[in-house]
Design a protein around this ligand. Structure first.
Ligand code: NAD
Length: 488
């Protein structure tokens, strides 16, 4: 087991640690105490990191290795991360406020499973022969289609699942042969620096992975600099739109994984023993700070009242508190500002006529930490502020429907289109509904229960552009080139 340093003053640029003038306290959201200190990168650090990544991409010190050699080094990378499992999980709990089980299973293990999947996927011949044939004008020819690394990837990530989301970019980018500059959220910088520790330990060539902390100024350099070939961004739709605008003068390609206001449709034949726990997990996981959580619960009118009664009963049993405590089901929000934002949505929902069925306040007895009660609203109009906006907090909006057409229409009437879920005994009806949903991802009856790395993930509308995971998630870090050859 390897420990993780929580007091840091340096960024990882071009294979060396570079001290910053400024540092910032990193706050534990469950206690409001300082859990560590992080360096604060500047635009100048971003410039230096881009120069390093560009040089590494141009001299092919990483892309020029055979896929097998890259894979060998990346397997050492994942081994070194596994050596840090205990310390990483503890850091996730402290930096994100994730309850222990969530930190271990979803943040850490799923992140590692995805890393492995990308490395396995890269461990194959990247050259696809397309034809060997006589040429139309005589002679013999052949063509191959090769996938090449995009080059320099600027990866920018949010606060809610930092380790998992940093891996979601760094793993496919490196597996495809790119050089990367990673910029994490200023709220959760320490988990990103662990990737730099590992890059140093396994002797990834200098410049191949650079980690620069900081906020908007750093992000602006990474999205406007012509040395970047691909901006891979995960965050809010508003910042995503800014990133796209910033990248557009250079026509830099963007991958945008943005927010959502996804719908869980509970049909009249649904098993409530499945539907109610599914609904609950879709607004309390990570205190509702999950992009793909289905926080609009669209429930058939014939079972609406029973569903609400059971959901409220389940909600009242959710233990909110210290994420280190084994009995805790839900931890805090990430910051005071995020809690203020959630409280604003709750006040607006009440003012707009929704009925508060559970929660709605800060839990009593938790004076420190950015906690908020799991909250359920009923009688929510799909046109209301609550139904149309991503709250990013533990707030569910229950809406009733009369028939399948109406359920799909309500689900699709959203600026977003990231995920969706259906609970029904009728697999055929549920599948047909899934086909009609304008989203990138749909689960039926809970799906596999895991984020299967083989399944592409991403959204439509204001939820983004492009896909992570699956072969699509690896291919988007590449460019495709056709080589058409005359042989004889
Ligand atoms: P955010 O958009 O506020 O910030 C994301 C990142 O962008 C941070 O690193 C931030 O420093 C950086 N940034 C801010 N302004 C920038 C600019 N002008 N140029 C470049 N970078 C800039 O998001 P957040 O509050 O950290 O995270 C929550 C959001 O992320 C939610 O909307 C959530 O749905 C979304 N999210 C989406 C996915 C997905 O896969 N679709 C996954 C997780 C989170």
């Amino acid at each position: 087991m390897t420990d993780i340093e929580r007091t840091r003053r340096a960024l990882y640029i071009d294979g060396v640690w570079v001290d910053t003038e400024q540092t910032a306290s990193v706050t534990n959201p469950a206690t409001e105490d300082e859990l560590g200190v992080a360096p604060v990168g500047t635009a100048a650090h971003a410039e230096a990191a881009l120069a390093a990544a560009r040089a590494a991409a141009d001299d092919r010190r990483w892309s020029g290795l055979t896929p097998k050699d890259r894979v060998r080094l990346l397997r050492r990378f994942t081994d070194a991360l596994r050596d840090r499992e205990e310390a990483l999980v503890a850091l996730v709990i402290d930096e994100c406020g994730a309850p222990g089980r969530l930190a271990k299973i979803l943040h850490y293990r799923t992140g590692m499973d995805h890393f492995d999947w990308y490395v396995d996927a890269a461990d194959r011949d990247p050259i696809e022969p397309r034809r060997f044939a006589p040429l139309p004008g005589g002679g013999t020819g052949a063509a191959v289609v090769v996938r090449e690394p995009a080059g320099v990837v600027a990866a920018i990530t949010p606060f809610n699942f930092p380790f998992f989301l940093n891996v979601q970019k760094v793993a496919p980018a490196l597996a495809a042969g790119n050089c990367v500059v990673l910029k994490p959220s200023p709220l959760t910088p320490l988990q990103a620096l662990v990737l730099a520790d590992v890059a140093e330990e396994v002797e990834l060539p200098p410049g191949v992975l650079n980690v620069v902390t900081g906020d908007i100024d750093v992000g602006q350099v990474l999205t406007t600099d012509p040395r970047v070939d691909l901006v891979s961004f995960t965050g809010s739709d508003l910042v995503g739109a800014a990133v796209m605008a910033q990248a557009s003068p250079n026509l830099t390609r963007v991958l945008l994984e943005l927010g959502g206001k996804s719908a869980l449709i509970v049909r009249d034949d649904a098993d409530l023993d499945v539907a109610v726990p599914t609904a609950l997990m879709n607004f309390i996981t990570q205190a509702g700070q999950g992009c793909a959580l289905c926080t609009r619960h669209i429930v058939h009118e014939s079972i609406h009242d029973t569903f609400v009664e059971q959901l409220v009963a389940f909600t009242s049993m959710v233990t909110v508190g210290d994420p280190h405590d084994r009995g805790t089901a839900m931890g805090p929000l990430i910051s005071a500002a995020q809690r203020d934002r959630v409280e604003g949505f709750v006040a607006t929902a009440r003012a707009e006529g929704a009925t508060l069925a559970a929660g709605g306040s800060r839990p009593s007895g938790l004076d420190r930490g950015f906690f908020f009660e799991p909250t359920v609203f009923t009688d929510v109009a799909n046109s209301s502020t609550l139904a149309r906006n991503e709250v990013f907090g533990p707030v569910a909006a229950v809406i009733s429907f009369a028939d399948d057409d109406e359920a799909v229409a309500i689900a699709n009437d959203s600026p977003y289109g990231l995920a969706g879920a259906i609970v029904s005994h009728d697999a055929d009806a549920a599948f047909r509904m899934a086909l009609r949903m304008h989203t990138g991802y749909v689960t039926i009856n809970g799906g596999s229960g895991a984020m299967d790395p083989a399944l592409p993930f991403g959204g439509v509308g204001r939820s983004g552009i492009g896909r992570e995971l699956g072969i699509e998630g690896l291919d988007c870090y590449t460019e495709t080139k056709s080589i058409d050859m005359r042989i004889g």
